[in-house]
Design a protein around this ligand. Structure first.
Ligand code: PLP
Length: 361
């Protein structure tokens, strides 16, 4: 068996040790005589796994007691609809910053419920930069301000939480959660689908300031109500138990590796290698994102022609470097370097880039 370096943007590469442990425990887990996927979510055995995953995630990210942590199904996109339902009155203003594809998705999901105000958009500049904070047209009466911490397709990342005054800041951290230390207290809500940096697809983490759970929001079913999920420890209905367990193993692995400080160091190192290869290629490889906001997680770049892009992807795959095709919205190449991508993966990519350029440049 050979495991290739997998640069997929999501679902993404997982630590081999996590997959091996899950494999070993698949048929019979923890002496219970059954697989963890075959037991009740309300059993003491599973409840302990769920609680440990939350405690470990709190330690890893530094989540204070002021914030509740929910483990939900439906992906990040579902949260983009639930957030306005839970946090805004019907038709109330809500502010959105658009720095790429996912900011637009967030607006699409929110529009039926709120009066969306786009405070600024990077679209006219091809999403190569984050509009300066001083230029944002914030509303005076917004229910919240929504940003995308890391734009997975366009490769644009905030380096710090922007100051939005007293209005709760909501951030989609799907593709950069736990990749470096952050100050959770600066956010009203942080949400993230797990499939990029936290584990498998099928479970989504919502970190929400507890006072926001008291907002009236809009008429909604109990199952769409964050308060109900919080009151029942995310077991209002059957949660995705297998995904929760795998997320727990992944978080344990990150803690054992040294936590977010260590991953910040590794992620800076990996991304710097790839950006240096791009910038040092004399224009053969191009990434036009402003250097101050270049993503450490997702690096999109293009070659001189679409033909070369396609050849690069195919030859890279043959060389054991998987899933480098860019998103269809932007084309080209995209290298995703999440926490579980080892330094050796980035080094192998850079070596391949040099070799490919020599043969095709
Ligand atoms: C992947 C991604 C999403 C979509 O997540 P789903 O789980 O497919 O709904 C949303 N936002 C960002 C930033 C992403 O990277």
């Amino acid at each position: 068996m050979t495991r290739a370096f997998n640069f997929s943007a999501g679902p993404a590469t997982l630590p081999e040790s996590v997959l091996r442990q899950a494999q070993e425990e698949m048929l019979e887990w923890n002496g219970v005589g059954a697989s963890i996927v075959e037991i009740s979510h309300r059993s003491a055995d599973f409840v302990a796994v769920a609680a440990k995953a939350e405690a470990d995630l709190r330690t890893l990210i530094g989540i204070p007691d002021t914030h509740a942590v929910l483990f939900l199904g439906g992906g990040a996109t579902t949260q983009q609809a639930l957030l306005p339902l839970n946090l805004a009155a019907p038709g109330q203003r809500a502010d959105y910053l658009v720095t790429g594809h996912w900011g637009k998705t967030a607006i699409k999901q929110a529009r039926p419920y709120v009066d969306v105000n786009v405070v600024a958009s990077g679209e006219s500049g091809g999403f190569r930069d984050i509009p300066e904070r001083a230029q944002w047209q914030l509303s005076t009466d917004a229910a919240y301000v929504h940003i995308t911490a890391n734009e997975t397709i366009h490769g644009v990342e905030f380096r710090d939480a922007p100051d939005v005054g007293g209005v709760p800041l909501i951030a989609d951290f799907s593709s950069s959660i736990a990749s470096e230390p952050i100050d959770v207290s600066r956010y009203g809500v942080i949400y993230a689908g797990a499939q990029k940096n936290l584990g498998p697809v099928g479970i989504t983490v919502v970190i929400i300031r507890r006072d926001l759970l008291e907002r009236a929001g809009q008429p909604r079913a109990d199952i769409f109500d964050y308060r109900s999920h919080a009151a029942r420890d995310s077991m209002l209905n059957t949660p995705p138990t297998w995904n929760w367990y795998l997320l727990g193993l992944t978080v344990q692995w990150m803690l054992a590796q040294g936590g977010v400080e260590e991953f910040a160091r590794r992620n800076a190192q990996k991304s710097a290698l790839v950006y240096a290869a791009i910038d040092g290629s004399g224009g053969f490889y191009r990434n036009e994102v402003a250097s101050a906001v270049r993503s450490r997680m997702n690096i999109p770049f293009v070659l001189p022609s679409a033909e070369l892009d396609a050849r690069f992807v195919a030859e890279a795959k043959a060389a054991g470097l998987l899933a480098l095709k860019g998103h269809k919205a932007v084309g080209g190449i995209r290298a995703s370097l999440y926490n579980a991508m080892p330094l050796e993966g980035a080094q192998a990519l850079v070596a391949f880039m040099g070799d490919f350029q020599q043969r095709n440049g």
